[in-house]
Write a protein that binds this ligand. Structure first.
Ligand SMILES: C[S@@+](CC[C@H](N)C(=O)[O-])C[C@H]1O[C@@H](n2cnc3c(N)ncnc32)[C@H](O)[C@@H]1O
Length: 260
């Protein structure tokens, strides 16, 4: 089953555009195809920031961006990027032809059932092409805090027991899924230590992503504010300021490239 979609806000998401696009640049730089890709698909393209990185490296390729959020796609369409933008859930996305590169940066964690979905996406890659994706590990102090606050007596009635519900697995899981279907699989993980302007910036960061489905469950503005205040208080404890007032925000991300 496709997952219920959170309400996306491109403005909040793009507050950290540089930091969020960095892993995308690292992934794109590592892709080594035997011939230049002619067609590329960016799944969960969001506001088009990852799509733009693909276009920079391979400006002559035909490019499509797929996303299920009308707000994100509207932002992508307003860019000057030459791409076809498709409103679709990648859970059911069936392209008419295979692509030389099927790419996804920071989006597959919203897609359920990786055991069948990730091999299905590799099936949309042409011979000699690649499936390349990056996704966050879903771990870290911010996730522990979210779990603790949603399970606290004050909030547990409003949230399910699995409030931080991201699809993400160890790299060995993806190797097991893809190695027998690929000529080569490359995998790595990196902890990016972002230097942010105090603990409120950590709250803002997650407000653009993991917090969104939780905020959707609290339609009353006052209740939302009160939940965010509880969350922010625990985040301030979990991310102490450095002597200069900044906080260090470690964020583990996983990368996979499967070549056909
Ligand atoms: C965190 S943003 C990533 C945006 C961009 N790729 C980047 O590198 O910053 C995740 C995007 O995935 C999209 N998304 C989530 N689930 C999706 C699905 N099942 N099908 C299509 N898009 C999806 C969201 O709408 C959102 O725009």
């Amino acid at each position: 089953m496709p997952r219920e979609k959170p309400t996306w806000d491109p403005g909040t998401y793009l507050k950290f555009e540089r930091e969020r696009t960095l892993p995308c640049r690292d992934l794109v730089a590592r892709i080594q195809l035997a011939r230049e890709p002619k067609t590329m698909a960016d799944l969960g393209c969001g506001p088009g920031n990852s799509t733009a990185v693909l276009a920079q490296r391979w400006p002559d390729a035909q490019l499509i961006g797929v996303d299920s959020s009308p707000a994100m796609l509207e932002k992508a369409r307003s860019s000057s990027l030459k791409a076809e933008w498709i409103l679709s859930d990648m859970f059911v996305w069936e392209p008419p032809r295979p692509f030389d590169l099927v790419f996804s940066n920071a989006a597959l964690q919203w897609l359920p059932d990786h055991g069948s979905q990730v091999p299905r996406l590799l099936g949309h890659v042409a011979d000699g092409g690649a499936l390349a994706f990056q996704l966050p590990s879903g771990s870290g102090a911010w996730a522990d805090v979210l779990r603790a606050v949603t399970a606290s007596p004050r909030w547990s009635g409003r949230f399910s027991s699995n409030a931080v519900d991201l699809s993400t697995h160890e790299l060995s899981f993806y190797y097991g899924l893809l190695s027998h279907l690929s000529s080569r699989v490359e995998l790595w993980e990196t902890t990016y230590v972002h230097v942010l302007q105090g603990p409120d910036a950590v709250v803002e960061w997650t407000s653009g992503t993991a917090l969104r489905p939780l905020l959707d469950r609290l339609p009353e503005e006052a209740e939302r504010a009160s939940f965010v205040a509880d969350y922010a208080a625990s985040i301030a404890e979990a991310y102490p300021r450095q002597p200069d007032g900044m906080v260090l925000f470690p964020f583990l991300r996983r990368f996979v490239i499967a070549y056909r």
